[in-house]
Design a protein. Structure first.
Ligand code: BCO
Length: 311
């Protein structure tokens, strides 16, 4: 009897291991570009490294919510080349965080991010380098969006150009009253290249995306909420007396979605992600695999044992 139960447990474990392996394989293929697309990650890393300044800082908290800070205040948190590399490394760390549940992406010193560092942009303004930088950032931001964590961009001050694109690589966007998201690319003779246009169309529809990009429209919190780009407006803590610090407000907002055991929250994100990205049949098969990982797992057994009512 005991042997039989043990055998069943071993079988269940090895089936979970196979499912994990398959899902991990899918996660590894999170990148859009690889060598088959002529993309050489080491080559572009070396080039980007030459444009240093600033950092991307990661704080993993015991609550399971991490904070990623874009930190280059003297340039309004513009992305230098070394920050692009930092971002990719921080995403790798988050991909390997079993206790993780949520992520807040913020800018340092009360502003979000003013896009690419224009000094680096000028230095690599030839077409080939621009394309390589674009592929590197699309890979990093696609992996950010595909993390098994529920992510929020906390927009304070300005999110311009690539900064606006970065907000779309999170599941949700929160804006402080008075802040602005603006796809200024048109004014720079550009279009988004970090995947921001494709994600924007998914978020707000092609009509609204065309208006925002074609008009380089300044999106304030009210417009953002109206078109479905923005999920919540936070009180400016400096202007509103008694308001909690913005990061605290964002953590409170996010915590309603991250409450619970990490494997369950990660599974929630994974089923939504597969529904969002995969054709229906494949999404259904992935959902089945993910379901198999939570079914009969500790959180499920505990919930069954507690005979909870959902009142
Ligand atoms: C595919 C990616 C496409 C892209 O992201 S292209 C880049 C798009 N972003 C931009 O064009 C932003 C340009 N900057 C601005 O419009 C303004 O600086 C901004 C952000 C509205 C802030 O204006 P102000 O508050 O008046 O402050 P300021 O202009 O004096 O800026 C303070 C210091 O920050 C610097 N800065 C701001 N954005 C930068 C950027 N993207 N790259 C490099 N440096 C940047 C700015 O040059 C200034 O430096 P400094 O004090 O003059 O040494």
């Amino acid at each position: 009897m005991v042997l039989c139960a043990l055998r069943q447990q071993v079988l269940r474990c090895s089936s979970h291991c196979r499912t994990w392996a398959r899902l991990l394989q899918r996660q590894r293929s999170s990148c859009v570009y690889s060598s088959i697309h002529g993309f050489n990650q080491d080559e572009i890393r070396e080039k980007l490294q030459a444009f240093h300044g600033g950092s991307i800082d990661l704080l993993k908290q015991d609550s399971g919510i991490a904070v990623l800070t874009i930190n280059n205040p003297s340039r309004m948190n513009a992305f230098s080349g070394s920050m692009m590399i930092d971002l990719e490394e921080r995403v790798s760390q988050l991909e390997n965080w079993p206790e993780g549940k949520g992520l807040i992406v913020q800018g340092a010193a009360e502003t979000f991010c003013s896009g690419s560092d224009l000094n680096a942009v000028r230095a690599i303004s030839n077409q080939q380098d621009g394309m390589k930088m674009c592929m590197f950032m699309q890979n990093a931001l696609t992996r950010l969006l595909r993390l098994p964590l529920i992510s929020v961009a906390l927009v304070e001050g300005r999110a311009l150009g690539g900064g606006a694109e970065l907000t779309t690589a999170c599941d949700f966007r929160l804006m402080e009253a008075g802040s602005v998201i603006q796809f200024v690319h048109k004014h720079m003779g550009l279009v988004p290249g970090w995947g921001g246009a494709a994600r924007l169309v998914h978020l707000v529809g092609s009509q609204n995306a065309l208006k925002l990009l074609g008009g380089a429209v300044k999106v304030d919190p009210e417009l953002g909420v109206n078109i479905g780009l923005v999920d919540g407006v936070l009180e400016g803590h400096q202007k509103t007396e008694g308001a909690a610090p913005l990061l605290q407000q964002a953590e409170n907002w996010l915590s309603r979605y991250t409450k619970g055991p990490a494997p369950v929250i990660q599974a929630v994100k994974k089923v939504v992600l597969s529904g969002r990205e995969l054709p229906l049949s494949e999404a259904l098969r992935t959902e089945k695999d993910i379901f198999g990982m939570v079914w009969g797992a500790p959180a499920n057994l505990e919930a069954l044992a507690s005979k909870s009512k959902h009142k």
